[in-house]
Write a protein of this length. Sequence first.
Length: 335
Amino acid sequence: MTIRELAELAQVSPATVSLVLNNKKGVAEETRKRVLELIAEHNYPIPQRGTPKSVPVNNNILFLKYIQDGMVVEENTGFISSIMESIEVNCRKEGYHLNILHSINQLDETLREIEYDNFSGVIVLGTELDSGDYEYLNQIPIPYVILDNSMTNFKCHSVVMDNRALVYEAIEHFVDLGFREVAYFKSNNAIHNFEERSQAFKEATEHFNISCKKENEFLITPTLLGAYESMKTYLQQGIKIAPCAFADNDIIAIGVMKALQEYGIRVPEDVSIIGVDDIQFSAIHSPSLSTMSIPKKLMGKLALKVLLEVMEDPTISSIKTYVGGEKIIRESVLS
């Protein structure tokens, strides 16, 4: 007997069964009584109240690495791995074991097949989740947190970088250096983080009164090779680039820089560039890439922290955690 099967018998949601099992508020007494009767009838194990937090009833946490097309997640393996490593380290500190499950463009099927009774909570890598996937998350009957996606207009717990603040700080740096015109190397893959950065870029350029002409907004494939090829296509058309540029992430920035160099456009002498993520290759690339660094270990730690809080009290209102970044200026920006 699983939580989902109990919920079907009781004609309630799996989340309601979870609240009853954990003796939490938010369930009508008549419903609670019906669920408890079914639990007793089917000998379903009830967590022991008063169990110390250091000795969890179920010490397994699931990390679901969801990949839609892989264009972003697979190209940023170092970034994702750092976050996952942080979650695993902090799980051990809290007495939990982290289990990792991959789902490639089959979110609905994957979520239906998970044996949730084996886990206390779930952390979902939401980098490539789009709004069409949100409804599937309602299938998860135990506490869960979405990582790397703010899940706008969807009630859930999430931990994500503060995209707006990152973009504003990058644009402000260009303005402080005296630039009055900026280019935008924009991802042509509209994952949620990129959509937020695009909106923030528009707002920041207006706020700081720095111009971005339509011909200086370049749609770029967010892979190293794709970014290189995308930029080459533009350069073959003889376009001119503003003296500074913001890239949606480091992968795009590095691919673009390769193409610029081949066409004799110098970085930073002709174009200063700032990316986002601070992937390892950014520091050793020539010229080294200026970037908005994301605290990956902190994101992983906070994702687990939020999950543990929700596991303790599943009735907690939606928690949206935004993590700030740090500006790292290297050789790709004119000093």
